[in-house]
Write a protein that binds this ligand. Structure first.
Ligand code: SF4
Length: 474
């Protein structure tokens, strides 16, 4: 039985991509630990990192090389000051020396010690081979970034089965929506209640609350930063940040001094009906502009789709329920995480495996289900909401222009958020007995669609907008 915690689905990290930035960063950390466990770390004379498949094709735009360097220097993606990133990278580029795990100085050439191979490794399209040179011999380790910041090391049996297994000890293990409903009925709990019981088997409820608050605060700070940062995004496309402009018009003359005060201020403003879509879009744009600028975000379930869940949660807090408190936020995040894990187990959350339906589609389904529960939906209706949201993202391709997580990614988050809200509303008016497409069917359909999808639409920037629009057009 696979077991994925909410905290595996919602992770604090650095943009722009969970599979191309956070994953390789984590892989470098894991490789260091592997070297230490094998007593090789102290003997390493030279390091080479080979990037394969999607990591090599869009790695430059996704800052994969930066992420690998940061991981090799021992920086923590959850806590390192974002403003230190440039300093570390520039020091490696200029001095041609890397502080390996911040312990040992090793010669390192940015251009030759990170190799962008255009080939694909057989198991997964996001492959990395770390090579340590020790006493004239090469020691190689292969890792795969399988989406959402998850990393696996090559392991023959699992690689053959093309399946990743997460073993677990949850009291109410869930792989399918049907199983989740069975536990809800058995325990007479909403979906958030069942998920909480599972999480409590891993950590105390006070720790769960602490971590969920940390996740929510990171989301809120991210939206706040995005709404208050003007200018163009890095990367060469000269994409103008739009959240700043939209927010300025929406917030008017109100003043505040912190993200929390900002949230309370928006709650006090009288949001007109036609402004609701603008606010939701603004929240989503803000997150993904921060993400595109290598800022701190919560992968939900990936970095490219990190704006959907905060935007929909903000919609609930500032439009639907001005009295909502942490208990509501907690329920929302628990449900969202569980729905994301069902997609991860039954299909994929990796755009390199399934295109954008695996990112924006899944995040929209997560948000739709979570919102539906907060709006009073039954567990059955929550799954209907998730199903509706995914059904209308099926087949969505991944084709970021220039390999940058900017176009179409940033806008696509606002679309995913709006669809999630609509899906929740439709589900609330739906009798689940009349539903023709249950969640488990759409998960399976998404996976089959992913397998059928042409490789050029799976985060390679070799199809769609990425070839239809040239950098010089932008
Ligand atoms: S197009 Fe979608 S899946 Fe691809 S990088 Fe952008 S947000 Fe991610």
């Amino acid at each position: 039985m696979e077991c994925i915690s909410v905290f595996d689905m919602l992770k604090i990290g650095v943009g722009p991509s969970s599979s191309h930035t956070l994953g390789p960063w984590r892989a470098a950390e894991r490789w260091i630990q592997e070297l230490k466990d094998k007593k090789r770390f102290e003997k390493v004379e030279q390091i080479t990192v080979d990037l394969y498949g999607s990591l090599s094709l869009t790695g430059k735009g996704h800052a994969t090389d930066y992420a690998v360097i940061l991981g090799l220097t021992g920086a923590d993606p959850e806590r390192m000051p974002i403003e230190n990133i440039d300093t570390i990278i520039n020091a490696v580029k200029t001095d041609e020396v890397l502080m390996f795990n911040n312990e040992r100085a090793i010669p390192f050439n940015f251009k030759t010690n990170i190799v962008f191979n255009r080939k694909f490794l057989p198991f997964h399209s996001n492959g990395m081979v770390f090579t340590a040179r020790i006493n004239g011999r090469n020691y190689k380790s292969t890792y795969y970034s399988i989406g959402g910041g998850f990393v696996v090391q090559e392991e023959r049996k699992l690689a053959k089965a093309n399946k990743i297994i997460f073993y677990c000890t949850f009291p109410y293990p869930v792989s399918y929506g049907e199983e989740l409903l069975k536990f809800c009925n058995q325990l007479d709990l909403p979906i958030s209640g069942v998920v909480l019981e599972n999480e409590k088997s891993l950590r105390a409820e006070s720790d769960i609350d602490f971590e969920l608050k940390r996740i929510w605060n990171t989301m809120l700070e991210c939206m706040y930063t995005g709404c208050h940062t003007e200018g163009n995004l890095p990367g060469g496309l000269n994409v103008r940040r739009r959240a700043f402009d939209t927010h300025k018009i929406l917030i008017g003359d109100y003043t505040y001094n912190s993200p929390q005060e900002w949230l309370e201020t928006i709650r006090k403003t009288e949001v007109k009906f036609r402004q609701i879509l603008k606010w939701v879009s603004c929240f989503a744009l803000a997150v993904n502009e921060v993400n595109a600028a290598l800022g701190r975000v919560v992968t939900a379930p990936t970095n490219g789709s990190a704006g959907v869940i905060p935007a929909v949660l903000m919609y609930y807090l500032v439009i639907e329920n001005h009295d909502a408190d942490f208990e509501h936020i907690k329920k929302f995040l628990l449900v969202a995480g569980e729905i994301g894990s069902i997609f991860k187990k039954g299909a994929t959350i990796s755009a390199a495996m399934g295109g954008c339906q695996a990112e924006i589609g899944v995040s929209s389904a997560m948000a739709a289900g979570a919102l539906c529960e907060l709006l009073g939906g039954t567990p059955e209706q929550v799954l209907v909401a998730a199903e509706i949201a995914m059904e209308h993202h099926l087949g969505l391709t991944c084709d970021p222009i220039g390999g940058l997580v900017q176009i179409p990614c940033i806008e696509r988050n606002s679309m995913g958020a709006i669809k999630a809200i609509n899906a929740a509303e439709l589900a609330l008016d739906t009798d689940p007995k009349n539903v023709k497409v249950p969640l488990d069917k759409v998960v399976n359909t998404m996976w089959e669609t992913a397998k059928d999808m042409n490789t050029k639409y799976k985060e390679t920037s070799e199809g769609g907008l990425a070839v239809g629009v040239h950098l010089t057009d932008c």
